[in-house]
Design a protein around this ligand. Structure first.
Ligand code: NAD
Ligand code: DAU
Length: 374
């Protein structure tokens, strides 16, 4: 596979995957197809935009003819599909857009790939990036955390707690709750159906919450870093008791590279950090780190914590077991969480222009409308 179509490459995770592939594989041609929705930002790829093995195509994955023409023009033999509507809160307000892009868009890409590859599956691959949210929610049976039953990884030596006895495994039954996760679950099923029905070489991975540079500031970590910087309230949904498993985005990109090249066709791999945090504990770490890096005395921004109305259908706990990926392909998170969060906060504070370009204008209005009712 040398001509690779990466969809959603101007978004958060996609930009890290594009950067990794463009720099690591100079003999590949990387085609980044992205509609540049509010979440797509070519500034995320400034450092590689002129690379000779990189092409950007502005297009909608739902546009069948355009997608067909991209397959033909660039003789695509591998697809890494990340383009999606990705924010749960937006899906609650506008589920149609999620069904359109995540379900119909994925189906459109699958149809175009099937037609272009025309049954010649040798050396082809369709890799779909999905989420742990398709599995539903886990119980929070150990509110204070317990020592987990699995061996520790590099990412979690300090804060390695599990808030329940169950985890999401590759064979955990799908049970999505939000319109976002329902749309991702549906797209996962379509991808698997194209393998089972037509023999297309597909792979699906389900990953936990990513954090790191270039994440759109509607998501918890960049939103809170930016709000602390501006002395704005930090809207904590419900009691802040929900648990998420956090993974540094570059480690996700590394996993995608490994699985794209070495993963077993028709298989599924879970990707996660073994790094569970209750939102409120994570928020306290963010506040402490931002205050320290801004030179503020400890505790300066604690008063910004504001408990607001909970997210509708808010999943209580996500926790991925990525042992299969470790055992079969040798992947583990490379970064300690403490190092990852420090790097992340530093990046947002050092790249205020990037943040200010996004948070001015239209986004400001959206943000006000999202939070005014809470
Ligand atoms: P993002 O919202 O930052 O980026 C999405 C990108 O897709 C944007 O560049 C956007 O312009 C593009 N896009 C949206 N609709 C499109 C369309 N119709 N046609 C073409 N391009 C379109 O999302 P992200 O956080 O980088 O997530 C990327 C993928 O990874 C998604 O499929 C998401 O479900 C999945 N995922 C995300 C996380 C996470 O924590 N962020 C975790 C697991 C899985
Ligand atoms: O688990 C993987 C998923 O992680 C991805 O599939 C999604 O694309 C990605 O957006 C993310 O979903 P979450 O809903 O978990 O991420 P978010 O950053 O929106 O919220 C993280 C937690 O913080 C969640 O429990 C809700 C809470 N939260 C979020 C925001 C934006 C707040 O308390 N306040 C907020 O303002």
């Amino acid at each position: 596979m040398k001509n690779i179509l990466i969809t959603g490459g101007a978004g958060f995770i996609g930009s890290h995957v594009v950067r990794l592939f463009v720099t690591k594989y100079p003999d590949y041609h990387i085609v980044n197809l992205d509609k540049l929705t509010y979440a797509g930002n070519l500034a995320n790829l400034k450092d590689i935009e002129n690379a000779p093995n990189y092409t950007f195509v502005k297009a909608d994955i739902c546009d069948f003819e355009k997608v067909q023409s991209v397959f033909a023009e660039y003789q695509i033999d591998g697809v890494i599909h990340l383009a999606a509507e990705s924010h749960v809160d937006r899906s609650i307000k506008d589920p149609f857009t999620f069904a359109r892009t995540n379900v119909m868009g994925t189906l459109t890409l699958l149809q175009a790939a099937k037609q272009y590859w025309n049954g010649n599956w040798e050396g082809k691959r369709f890799y779909h990036i999905s989420t742990d949210e398709v599995y539903g929610a886990l119980e929070l049976t150990h509110p204070d955390g317990i020592e987990p039953p699995f061996s520790t990884t590099a990412s979690s030596s300090e804060h390695h707690l599990a808030y329940g006895k169950d985890f999401f495994y590759e064979d955990t039954k799908y049970n999505p709750h939000s319109p976002y996760s329902a749309s991702k679950a549906s797209s996962d099923h379509f991808v698997r159906a194209f393998h089972d029905t037509y023999g297309m070489p597909t792979i699906v991975t389900n990953c936990s919450n990513n954090y790191g540079p270039y994440q759109f500031p509607e998501k918890l970590i960049p939103l809170f870093i930016n709000n602390i910087r501006h002395g704005k309230p930090l809207p904590v949904y419900g009691k802040g008791e929900n648990v998420r498993d956090w993974l540094y985005v570059v480690d996700h990109a590394r996993a995608i590279d490994l699985i794209f090249h070495k993963g077993k066709v028709a298989d599924t791999y879970n990707i996660g950090g073994f790094n569970e945090w209750k939102n409120i504990d994570l928020i306290k770490v963010i506040i402490k780190t931002v205050d320290r890096l801004l030179g503020n005395p400890e505790g300066t921004s604690d008063h910004l914590i504001t408990y607001v109305t909970d997210r509708a259908g808010h999943d209580l706990r996500y926790a991925i077991d990525s042992t299969k990926l470790k055992n079969e392909l040798g992947w583990e998170p490379s970064l300690q969480f403490e190092e990852g969060i420090e790097k992340t906060v530093r990046w947002y504070l050092d790249n205020q222009e990037w943040m200010d370009n996004i948070t001015s204008g239209e986004y400001e209005k959206y943000y006000e409308s999202m939070y005014s009712g809470r």
